[in-house]
Design a protein around this ligand. Structure first.
Ligand code: NAD
Length: 380
């Protein structure tokens, strides 16, 4: 499977970044969107990003120009797909839209074209089944922004050929990313399986423990070795992204999280986080702002329930053969910026205490908190 020409469908937040990293690795790229004005904006963003690299002397102007010239923006789908070895789809997260898009793509794509989707939450197997080549379909989940985030989750669907996994791993390495294989097509894949339920749990901790947002966030940052607080991370990610991921994951399997109404409320109010100036926190300026979190405040709250929920979902992934512990820790480090391995933090808090915290939560709030056998057996 030799990949030379890549077509990226969708030039939004993710698509333009994927097009850029692919062009930087030497691929010939076609970027397709439904309107020329959207493509113009995307090409502007790519130019801006390449200029930044030139300013920082990470790239020469000559190389930046060559990279930019490797990307051709095209609205016409048939022309955009001509000669494509690999299609990377990054259109909005809506199964009905994806269905429509893949039906169109099947009409024009050449027999040799391999399909990859950047979906965060939709089932890869179901999406593959919409196409005329389910065995040559794979999930390629980049993180935002693709230019900076090193992690890509590679998710084979039930029918994906092993050669697709090899192709995806090679492609990721070629574009300078670190792939993690998510062996099963489970809701949330690896990182979102841990992250999304944690946002809900943090909201429950406010209600149940009477703790403030900065108390919880300070504890998450300084005691759980997260790069920032969980509410802060939610605002940074966007409450729209979190709400939609919640709905998709919960619809696929109600056991994966217990939705807290605050997330939907913020989404409905259009308080989406940093980008709208308000989410869990309020932000004053246009520039990215950090919340003031301190070790003093961290000392006033024990985040054991949050750690327990994260560890329990991590354990579920290992028990169910989605990934092993090493791959899990790699994904959390690269995808969420954890500064210390999750299970090292578990060890520090005391595994028995974690299991006990889960048992207490399960007795009060139900099945979701039932400790996974990996935690119970491993630390027995
Ligand atoms: P976006 O809304 O920013 O961009 C999507 C683009 O697709 C838009 O420009 C839209 O005009 C275009 N589009 C719509 N129909 C199209 C068609 N038929 N052909 C080509 N383009 C079409 O969305 P996004 O945030 O870039 O998300 C894209 C995908 O990436 C989704 O599946 C999402 O779940 C996933 N994802 C998003 C993030 C994130 O943080 N935004 C992170 C990882 C993965």
């Amino acid at each position: 499977m030799s990949i030379n020409k890549i077509t990226v469908l969708g030039s939004g937040v993710m698509g333009h970044g994927i097009a850029q990293v692919s062009a930087m690795a030497g691929y010939t790229v076609t970027l397709r969107d439904i309107e020329q004005s959207l493509l113009d904006k995307a090409m502007e963003k790519i130019k801006w990003s390449l200029n930044k690299l030139v300013e920082k002397q990470k790239l020469s102007q000559q190389d930046a120009d060559k990279i930019f010239a490797r990307i051709t923006p095209i609205v016409d789908l048939k022309s955009a797909l001509k000669g494509a070895d690999l299609l990377i789809e990054a259109v909005p997260e809506d199964m009905n839209l994806k269905k429509k898009v893949y039906a169109e793509v099947d009409n024009y794509a050449e027999g040799k074209t391999l399909y990859a989707s950047n979906t965060s939450t939709l089932p890869i197997t179901d999406m593959a089944a919409l196409t005329n080549r389910p065995e040559r379909f794979i999930g390629l989940h980049f993180f935002n922004p693709p230019q900076l985030m090193p992690l890509v989750e590679v998710i084979p669907g039930a029918k994906s050929d092993q050669s697709m996994v090899n192709m995806a791993m090679d492609y990721c390495k070629k574009v300078g990313k670190q792939p993690v294989l998510c062996k099963k097509d489970v809701p949330g894949f690896i990182v979102n399986r841990i992250f999304i339920p944690l946002v809900h749990e943090a909201a429950y901790c406010m209600d149940r423990d009477g703790a403030s947002m900065t108390q919880i966030d300070s504890a998450v940052k300084f005691k759980m070795s997260f790069p920032m607080g969980i509410f802060e991370l939610a605002d940074y990610t966007g409450l729209d992204v979190i709400h939609k991921a919640t709905v998709e994951m919960h619809t696929r399997d109600p056991k994966v999280l217990v939705p807290h109404p605050k997330i939907k409320q913020l989404f409905d109010e259009k308080n989406l986080g940093q980008k709208t100036g308000k989410g869990f926190y309020e932000y004053k300026g246009d520039k990215y702002e950090r919340v003031n979190l301190t070790e003093q405040e961290a000392a006033t709250y024990n985040p054991i329930k949050l750690l327990a929920v994260a560890a329990n979902n991590a354990a579920w992934l290992i028990t169910n053969g989605v990934c092993d512990r090493a791959e899990l820790e790699k994904a959390l480090k690269l995808g969420m910026g954890l500064k210390k391995e999750l299970f090292v933090t578990v060890q520090e808090f005391g595994p028995k205490n974690i299991v006990k915290a889960l048992q207490d939560l399960a007795s009060k709030y139900g099945q979701f908190y039932q400790p996974d056998t990996y935690l119970v057996d491993y630390y027995a």
